[in-house]
Design a protein around this ligand. Structure first.
Ligand code: SME
Length: 141
């Protein structure tokens, strides 16, 4: 995968664009599988810094998506027992896996301070965003 500075910058820009332009997106970031370890590592993001820069597979919403390969929409984070809190203002979360050549290599993670804001439209939109990101990651420019 292409992990150069330009790629990092493009993904950073995507995070900022999404956070600034979509009202119910309050923290937007990418996590990626960390080498051959069974853990995720935080990549580019927009929003408050988080302590959770490494997340073991299976832990929290992100860690669960790393193993399920499925979108995870959380209307109310308080109702989840396998959840890693980053900020007390967060009410809801959506995580959509990122596939490159059919392999789950990471995910986009979005936190919202609005309760139950995510719809099927967000899922389709974020799947599209991730397809574009997969293109960026596999292009050698
Ligand atoms: N809430 C996530 C952890 C990542 S922070 O939202 C940035 C989780 O439960 O996996």
């Amino acid at each position: 995968l292409n992990e150069n500075r330009q790629t990092h910058f493009k993904l950073q820009q995507i995070c900022e664009l999404l956070k600034e332009n979509i009202d119910h997106y309050d923290w937007v970031g990418f996590y990626f599988k960390n080498g051959d370890k069974d853990e995720l590592k935080l990549g580019p993001y927009a929003g408050e810094p988080t302590d959770h820069t490494i997340i073991p597979f299976g832990k929290g919403i992100c860690g669960q998506v790393a193993v399920s390969n499925q979108n995870f929409v959380v209307p109310d984070v308080q109702a989840q027992d396998n959840y890693i809190a980053c900020s007390i203002t967060v009410k809801a979360e959506i995580v959509v896996p990122l596939f490159v050549n059919g392999e789950n290599i990471g995910q986009i993670d979005i936190d919202s301070n609005t309760p139950d804001p995510f719809t099927a439209e967000d899922e389709r939109f974020l799947e599209f965003v991730n397809q574009q990101v997969a293109g960026i990651l596999t292009k050698t420019v």
